[in-house]
Design a protein. Structure first.
Length: 180
């Protein structure tokens, strides 16, 4: 039996979890999420915890067991306290601003790059170079942050680009003859 899949998920106060067939719905103070669970995994909701069981030890069932637990744990955590990703813009002239439901980025291209902010995600910009992305869905927050970062990933020579706040970029030494 999977050690991770066996762990029960505690349901905090103010959060409700209910299963309807293969769908699981989680509601909390910050919103509601729903997810379709794998068919082979059984969901058991007790007083204040959710547990999962699998029918056998086949490889795909073991993988789905941990997946189901991780999905529901992230949903419970997200509706209680939103997930946050922070990005920094590094480079001369690199700026960000909000324009309605769009994030406008100046990243050294000949034109500003506009990114549509998806529903369920809130974005704030601080000092024109710090972007904070918040939302109740861990998947959506991470995907939007990755999409913004992919517009201008940090380069290894000068470190310019869009990076996660806690990301460390390994720097390379330039050409030896460039300084002479």
């Amino acid at each position: 039996m999977s050690r991770i899949g066996r762990q029960p998920i505690a349901i905090p106060d103010g959060v409700t979890v209910e299963a309807k067939g293969r769908e699981i719905h989680v509601k909390g103070p910050n919103g509601a999420l729903s997810e379709r669970m794998p068919a082979s995994i059984s969901i058991h909701i007790a007083a204040n915890e959710v547990t999962f069981t699998r029918p056998d030890d086949r490889k795909e069932n073991r993988a789905f067991h941990g997946l189901a637990l991780a999905l529901v744990a992230n949903m419970v955590r997200g509706v209680k306290e939103p997930f946050v990703k922070e990005l920094d813009l590094q480079g001369v002239g690199y700026r960000a601003e909000l324009n309605g439901n769009k994030l406008v980025l100046l990243l050294g291209f000949s034109h500003p790059v506009e990114v549509e902010i998806p529903n369920g995600i809130s974005v704030s910009v601080d000092r024109n170079v710090a972007i904070r992305i918040e939302g109740i869905s861990r998947r959506d927050v991470g995907q939007f942050a990755a999409d913004v970062r992919s517009l201008r990933p940090p380069e290894p020579y000068k470190g310019k680009g869009v990076r996660y706040r806690d990301e460390h970029i390994r720097r390379k030494v330039g050409k030896a003859g460039a300084t002479a």
